[in-house]
Write a protein that binds this ligand. Sequence first.
Ligand code: HPA
Length: 280
Amino acid sequence: MYKEILETVAVIRSRHAQTPVLGLILGSGLGSYADTFQPRTVIPYSELPHFPRSTAIGHSGNLVLGEGEGVPVVAMQGRVHFYEGYSMAEVIYPVRVLGALGMRQLIVTNAAGGINLSFRPGDLMVITDHVNMMGTNPLIGPNIDELGERFPDMSDAYSRAMREVALRVAEQKGLFLRQGIYMGLTGPSYETPSEIRMMRALGADAVGMSTVPEVIAANHMGIPVFGISCITNMAAGILPQKLTHQEVMDTTERVKEQFMSLLRSIIPALAFLARAEGNG
Ligand code: HPA
């Protein structure tokens, strides 16, 4: 597996020489931020050996390398999900490639349903921690010692230092951010109202079908993570209406500008943090 990772890394390096400081996983409908990188190299996943291809609607499936706010970055425009039928190893393969490529920090984004009753569709939530309810773990199998240890620590899975920087910068910019715990399920069916009540009782603020595997993989590699959920809808049973993927897409479209302005302001501050920690 490590050999494959290095093969993918070699192809990326041959197309874009600069090592990215920061990696971004841009979830459903949130990929357009990478279109603003200047200069930019766009590599379709289909041109990368061993890379999984995404099938979900709203995921374009490109690796985009370049500079965002003057910071060398690499973005995944679209990810693959466990519910698409990929193995967990395939789901985390891209994050491992970005780690081997040299990224020092990871920003993960997703669309999520709001469980916390004070949330509203369109809110942006800084992920403070997650609960893995996917029933499996992406690190099951032989450990890749080159990447990290067998039993990685998860006690700062969403870097406190990165969260503090992001919250400070957002406040200065007048951007309102929620904070909360993300519960990750496999999907693809949405939850029942009873499941949502159970998750609220267990302390979850938002629910989604991604992110948890990638964040575990990043922690395995010792890469600090900042996570942000776009609350696209209230979770099942909260409002007297059905859940639809259309609502998820419509809400991400509506908050895209606010989301991009958040990324634009936090990226330089986070990159500065990486350097200050002797990490970049
Ligand atoms: N549940 C699970 N995943 C989601 C939701 C939801 O309500 N909204 C967006 N992704």
